[in-house]
Design a binder for this molecule. Structure first.
Ligand SMILES: Nc1ncnc2c1ncn2[C@@H]1O[C@H](COP(=O)(O)OP(=O)(O)OP(=O)(O)O)[C@@H](O)[C@H]1O
Ligand SMILES: [Mg+2]
Length: 289
């Protein structure tokens, strides 16, 4: 009979090394590990999202989820790693030009990137969209054939669009599958407009956040009143974008809300923690140096 119980010492993981898989944004400094030096504990940036983690990236529409995962994909591909990109909303041709433009914007060698990104276009394929088992088979084949180590699904919500009751089951299946195939992955999930912008809740409820290793939340705030104009020192009608790591079970992380912007060239530029941004602005207002 197969043994189903173990002493803890029999379980030591194959590697205890926690290291980062770079995204090419300041997110790489927002995860960290602690090192003991003598009697002191030192925080060290991980340099990326945790290796072998499967993270959820959520936010209301137009908050930069696709821009962020595209930047992650080209950052990894330009370093020579193979990336599996499952595009559910944007057709492959659209993704191609978005990735090419970002490579130009970030001075990356697109010829290297285009050789290292493997695309599965679900946006045009109802069978892959409707049948998770079929999609998982296709992904398994691509991972084995092309030896990918990183995977992006944009968005996993598109796979249970009109059957949200299945969300938990579908997310669990892809999570277990990506773990089994030792991928470091980001699952993009859409938020319903009824769901609070800054919470971890996404379409399908909290199912996604509970299953994955961690959640990153993108949000945007329209500056539409005097109070916000004064607080954020931004003109009326402008948009303040925020990013926050809501939790991660594989690595320590900065719990703060940070502000970021999407540059004209369509890249993510994470700037500073919101509280520093505000105190800096206040410093300026009060005639600080
Ligand atoms: N190439 C680009 N150049 C400039 N701005 C861009 C570019 N691509 C996207 N943006 C801007 O970034 C913002 C966010 O776009 P993105 O597609 O990442 O949103 P999203 O969160 O994925 O939205 P959705 O939920 O609809 O998929 C948009 O306001 C868009 O105008
Ligand atoms: Mg998107």
């Amino acid at each position: 009979m197969k043994k189903r119980y173990f002493e803890l010492r029999e379980i030591s993981p194959s590697s205890e090394d926690v290291f980062g898989i770079p995204t090419g944004t300041k997110l790489d400094e927002m995860f960290y590990r602690v090192e003991k030096i003598g009697n002191r504990f030192i925080k060290r940036p991980l340099g990326g999202i945790p290796y072998l983690s499967i993270l959820n990236l959520t936010g209301i529409p137009d908050t930069g989820k696709s821009v962020l995962v595209e930047q992650f994909a080209i950052t990894q591909a330009s370093r020579g790693y193979r990336v599996l990109f499952v595009t559910v909303e944007n057709p492959a041709e659209f993704l191609y030009s978005a990735l090419k433009q970002k490579c130009n914007a970030l001075n990356m060698d697109f010829s290297k990137v285009e050789g290292n990104i493997i695309v599965i276009d679900v946006s045009q394929d109802d069978e892959l969209r409707e049948n998770p088992a079929e999609l998982i088979d296709t992904m398994a084949y691509a991972i084995k054939e092309k030896k990918t180590s990183v995977c992006v699904i944009d968005s996993i919500t598109g796979l249970y669009e009109h059957k949200e009751v299945m969300a938990r089951l579908i997310v669990r299946r892809f999570f277990n599958f990506l773990k089994k195939f030792k991928q470091t992955g980001i699952l993009v999930s859409q938020k319903r407009s009824t769901q609070a912008g800054e919470s971890a809740e996404a379409a399908g409820g909290l199912a996604v956040a509970h299953i994955v290793d961690g959640t990153i939340i993108l949000d945007k705030k329209l500056i539409d009143n005097r109070w916000d104009m004064n607080l954020y020192k931004l003109p009326l009608g402008s948009v303040l974008r925020t990013i926050r790591i809501d939790g991660c079970r594989l690595a320590l992380h900065d719990p703060e809300t940070w502000i970021f912007k999407i540059t004209e060239l369509g890249t993510i530029d994470i700037i500073s923690p919101l509280k520093e941004y505000i105190s800096e602005k206040e410093g300026v207002t009060h005639g600080g140096n």
